[in-house]
Design a protein around this ligand. Structure first.
Ligand SMILES: Nc1ncnc2c1ncn2[C@@H]1O[C@H](COP(=O)(O)OP(=O)(O)OP(=O)(O)O)[C@@H](O)[C@H]1O
Length: 403
């Protein structure tokens, strides 16, 4: 193959020291791009006390070895300050409010496809690339402009489009996903065939910053323990609260959904004590330490103002299930800005409320102030602070924070 160096496009690839980005870098080189590997360090050694458990040193070393093997330049950037400001502080603030944030989605929007992207552009790059399992499409518009699309990865088992659900048209315009058409076994095979040392490396945990650290340990560094009670709510009371009025998109309904708290202490009986409602998440079973119930207890709601955890017995407890959720306008995002609904418009979509959840049939209703997602089937543990993402077939078109 011969390439005219003048036409060679420059790509900065986020090299994490894992197999996916190693193979992405290899493929870009094969395709004739000028490739630069960039490893970002997200932790400052003294910014949090858990850093010795973060394997960043080993990972950056693996990234370096891969870059050398591929014969591409390699650099490390320290983004720990930005990471602390934009992700870690936000995490604590959200937990403090009783919400459960998703650091992976945020890390993509705020770090990889923002700070990192800007550094790449300063290095003269035309694109940034990552080893995410997803695909990018380009629609040519009649006025000569382009609309960018985000598709699920071909390997449905590994599809990571959900983590990219907050990307904008501007970010997508500058992005490449070289492994989106491949399956994980194919990626590992390519790595092995090319003697990349990451070929057999274990997949990372998903939580991009926590590494091997347990979430409760992380939270306890900043959030103060605060004793409160655990209340068990009987099924019939939860059933009453959890059954929203039939959906018509009216303001009455909005008021119904906005009511907080959903439960009161008198709705059930006190069955135990906890060390802070902000450490708990809807749907959580572990860490309640309440014995003596016939079936295990699950968190059905938390009230951080009153510091009360509401629970119900068993996975089928009606307090765990709801059909609709709401996203406020300021936390509503359309990857396909050209498809954004206007007030009173609706859209039939497939949606998910967590990574790897099979896509569910749902209808979007745009009202003044926000958007309802009304699922055909009741959903388990719809959790405030998490992201809902919606798709048209395998194209992710929008997302929002569950409020
Ligand atoms: N520390 C990092 N430095 C640079 N890029 C990174 C870093 N961490 C992740 N990335 C980029 O984001 C992509 C997705 O990250 P994620 O943590 O989900 O890893 P992954 O799917 O296990 O991929 P990999 O096998 O490449 O680690 C990576 O493929 C890589 O391109």
């Amino acid at each position: 193959m011969h390439f005219n160096w003048r036409e060679m496009k420059k790509v900065v690839i986020g090299l994490s020291g894992g197999v996916d980005s190693s193979v992405a870098a290899y493929l870009l080189k094969e395709q004739g791009y000028e490739v630069i590997g960039l490893f970002m360090k997200n932790w400052h050694d003294d910014s949090v006390t858990i850093s010795e458990e973060c394997p960043w040193l080993e990972d950056s070393n693996d990234a370096l070895i891969v870059a050398e093997k591929l014969g591409i330049p390699f650099q490390t950037v320290d983004l720990s300050r930005e990471y602390k400001e934009r992700i870690v502080d936000y995490m604590f603030a959200e937990y403090e409010r009783g919400r459960t944030p998703n650091p992976d989605v945020l890390c993509n929007r705020e770090i990889k496809f923002d700070v990192f992207l800007k550094i790449a552009l300063q290095l003269g790059a035309d694109f940034v690339a990552t080893g995410h399992y997803c695909r990018k499409g380009i629609l040519k518009n009649s006025d000569g402009t382009e609309t960018f699309q985000l598709f699920a990865g071909k390997d449905t088992n590994k599809d990571q489009s959900y983590f990219l659900c907050q990307l904008s048209q501007q970010q997508l315009a500058k992005t490449l996903f070289p492994i989106g058409e491949l399956t994980k076994p194919e990626v590992r095979q390519i790595a092995a065939d090319n003697d990349l040392i990451t070929a057999d490396k274990k997949d990372s945990q998903g939580l991009c910053f926590i590494g091997k650290v347990r979430l409760p340990d992380f939270l306890q560094q900043k959030l103060k323990p605060k004793k409160g009670v655990i209340v068990e709510v009987p099924s019939d009371i939860a059933r009453y609260h959890a059954s929203a009025p039939e959906f018509k998109g009216t303001s009455d309904e909005l008021a119904y959904h906005a009511q907080k708290p959903l439960y009161h202490k008198e709705d059930g009986r006190v069955v135990g004590e906890h060390q802070g409602a902000h450490f708990y998440t809807k749907g959580q079973r572990k860490g309640l330490n309440v014995g003596g119930t016939k079936e295990p207890l699950f968190v059905i709601d938390t009230d951080v103002d009153e510091n009360i955890i509401y629970t119900g017995q068993g996975k089928a407890h009606p307090g765990l299930y709801r059909r609709t959720l709401f996203v406020t306008d300021d936390e509503l995002h359309w990857v396909r800005s050209d498809l954004a609904l206007r007030v009173d418009e609706t859209m039939e979509v497939m949606a998910r409320i967590r990574y790897r959840q099979p896509l569910q049939k749902a209808t979007l209703y745009k009202i003044d102030g926000g958007l309802y997602v009304d699922f055909q089937e009741k959903q388990s543990a719809i959790t405030e602070g998490q992201f809902v993402a919606w798709y048209l077939e395998d194209e992710l078109v929008g997302s929002g924070v569950i409020s």
